[in-house]
Design a binder for this molecule. Sequence first.
Ligand code: NAP
Length: 291
Amino acid sequence: MGLTRLGVLGWPVAHSRSPAMHNAALRAVGLGDWRYQLLPVPAELFGETLVALPGAGFVGANVTIPHKEAALAAADEATPTARAVGAANTLTFADGTIAADNTDVPGLLAALGNLRPRTALVLGAGGSARAAAYALARAGADVAVWNRTRARARALAADLDVRVADAPVPAEVLVNCTSVGLADPSSTFKDLPLTADGLGEYACVVDLVYRTGGTLLVQEARRRGSRTIDGLEILVRQGALSFEAWTGRTAPLDVMRAAARDDEPDPPDDPRTSPPAPGRPGGDRGRGGGA
Ligand code: NAP
């Protein structure tokens, strides 16, 4: 019998920690004949790849840059959360239909634990900022959004009924949803409207960006006594919710955390049963980002 397949559709996606994280989780819950793989697919091939996946043994997929909006549009059905955010990060294939969800929203809230902030500052206005602003507003926070391109912040604010911040405002939680700090840590306090010393004013600092050794934003916030949540914890939390939706099993969070943090190697794929995919796992593990 063939493998039951999962994967992550993105472009680029070689940096993703999701295969390591999900394959470790599948092994831990005894689903030895399931595999999760990279699916590097450029935007122009997204639609045709998506419809071919169920026939190739796929029961679900995560979706990351730049496909999250296209994934929602291509789905036959979608959760209210995915519709409200305008993007999907989790697709489930069953009975000839594609169902879309957005686990970035509950994933962020799960990462916050008991913290339900009254105020939040979200940096960015892309897909992850929309998910974060929606999650925090739904959880009761007064949300302000800052973005380099002001018009995008205004559009997000209008769609999700949150505020635009022209400059950083005090808040209980700061969430970096820009890609700043991913490729070049030294750009962090140049490209974001923040100073390292100012970070201590935020009780909790969340950085969606992740890279080996941690981001400068998280390091400086921790040094100033803020609680910090890094991008790998966000990755684990959204991934755990996708995993549970696909498998019906409780996600082994500690296993997923260890694997996402590179403590566990990927298993080799079975070359006899691997479907053709334009690329293989590996690549740059030094830096990361979305799923
Ligand atoms: P996106 O839709 O492409 O949005 C990128 C955002 O970054 C925009 O707001 C953009 O501002 C801003 N930005 C880019 N370069 C900038 C610069 N030099 N200075 C100031 N702002 C800049 O991306 P996304 O999907 O929201 O993802 C954002 C980041 O979060 C990425 O690094 C992604 O990998 C990461 N992420 C992590 C997870 C996780 O699980 N940990 C999940 C999702 C995303 P403009 O509008 O002005 O261009």
